[in-house]
Design a protein around this ligand. Structure first.
Ligand SMILES: NC(=O)c1ccc[n+]([C@@H]2O[C@H](COP(=O)([O-])OP(=O)(O)OC[C@H]3O[C@@H](n4cnc5c(N)ncnc54)[C@H](OP(=O)(O)O)[C@@H]3O)[C@@H](O)[C@H]2O)c1
Length: 330
């Protein structure tokens, strides 16, 4: 039997249940991974609170990324063998002690990477690569603002940009986390400092994760031909249960952009939903292969035993995280 963490219905940490389920056999190009670690993403919190439009019907098992060891192969698998150390992206269902996945979603874990590092890579790397380089076309010499600079995604963006000659500015809600950012080579600002200093402008690229009114404020800080990519609405999330009122206020506060104004401003707006790329396996797999071109090892903050999944979510909701938060199955 394998263990699976489900979200029973929208709610706080008590929304989780751990169930046992029979193992599944792989068919076709599928393989089975004995999971060592599952990555936790901010979206998992949003879907636990019932605010994530793409989530499956309740109950369901969240989880977009894992690391582990291949234990069984379907008859059409060509690239892996039993015993391989791997990392993988999941279309939900990654909060489990064993997963069955098509082989295109799986990549070999480099020898010098730990299982913790492997489990923390997929979502952050794909989001970073797709926003920074596919959509944002960030180049050496650019000045970039990262909204969620202290989290897993922001930390990885920093590691992918600074060695390539990009100036990175980062935002945090916590003055105490600024030092951590500065140590990583980021010019750090609290939200208040940033919005009160009108000299902080001329950005070539801005990664916006707060959503709502921050999008318009960030747009105004773009330089000539600057691009903004919107990837979330974290300002709608409060600790614990969902607040539909807060979510509604955020949706209503989203700016509307007129193409004529974009023309006159010579600026661009993009959006990204990494999950939707699962509809394009070849594209997604080709982007994932690029992680070896960077020093992409994620900074791991903490791994919680799987039975403490609600504590792990709470840790992120309390804004304590300083890098990747994981669930451990071993
Ligand atoms: N659209 C997509 O496909 C996509 C994919 C991946 C991630 N994202 C988004 O990117 C953002 C960062 O993701 P991540 O994986 O780096 O997350 P993470 O590791 O969990 O870190 C979350 C970061 O967001 C900040 N934050 C802002 N509002 C928050 C709130 N209400 N509660 C908790 N933290 C809050 C925190 O920074 P401070 O404490 O420093 O303020 C924290 O460092 C999230 O908004 C996520 O939804 C979007």
């Amino acid at each position: 039997m394998i263990k699976v963490i489900n979200i029973k219905k929208p709610g706080d940490g008590s929304a989780f249940e751990i169930i046992e389920r029979k193992e599944k056999d792989p068919v076709g190009n599928e393989l089975v991974v004995d999971v060592h670690f599952s990555g936790i993403n901010f979206a998992d919190i949003v879907m636990r609170q019932g605010l994530y439009p793409d989530a499956p019907p309740y109950p369901f098992s969240p989880g977009y990324e894992i690391s582990g060891v291949v234990t069984k192969l379907g008859p059409e698998v060509t690239k892996f063998k039993v015993g391989d150390r791997v990392l993988a992206g999941c279309h939900f269902g990654g909060y489990a002690s064993e997963v069955v996945l098509p082989e295109w979603q799986v990549k070999n874990l480099p020898d010098d990477w730990s299982f913790e590092e492997g489990a923390g890579l997929t979502v952050s790397f794909l989001t970073a690569y797709l926003t920074l380089f596919d959509e944002g076309r960030v180049r050496s010499g650019d000045k970039v603002l990262i909204d969620c600079a202290t989290g897993a995604l922001g930390t990885l963006c920093t590691k992918m940009l600074i060695p390539n000659g990009v100036e990175v500015h980062g935002l945090t809600s916590s003055a105490a986390k600024k030092e951590l950012l500065e140590k990583r080579g980021v010019k750090a600002f609290t939200h208040d400092e940033f919005y009160n200093d009108s000299n902080l402008k001329g950005y070539d690229f801005i990664l916006n994760s707060q959503g709502g009114t921050s999008i318009k404020k960030h747009y105004e800080r773009l330089g000539l031909t600057g691009r903004i990519v919107c990837i979330g609405a974290s300002s709608a999330v409060k600790q614990g249960k969902r607040s539909l009122l807060k979510a509604l206020k955020l949706v209503l506060s989203m700016p509307k952009f007129n193409p004529i104004n974009l023309m006159n401003d010579n600026r661009g707006i993009y959006g990204l939903n990494a999950l939707r790329f699962f509809e394009n396996p070849e594209f997604l797999s080709s982007r994932m292969d690029k992680f070896t071109e960077f020093d992409a090892k994620p900074a791991i903050d903490k791994a919680f035993p799987y039975g403490q999944v609600s504590d792990a979510h709470s840790y992120i909701e309390q804004k304590k995280s300083r890098g990747k938060v994981l669930l451990s199955w071993k």
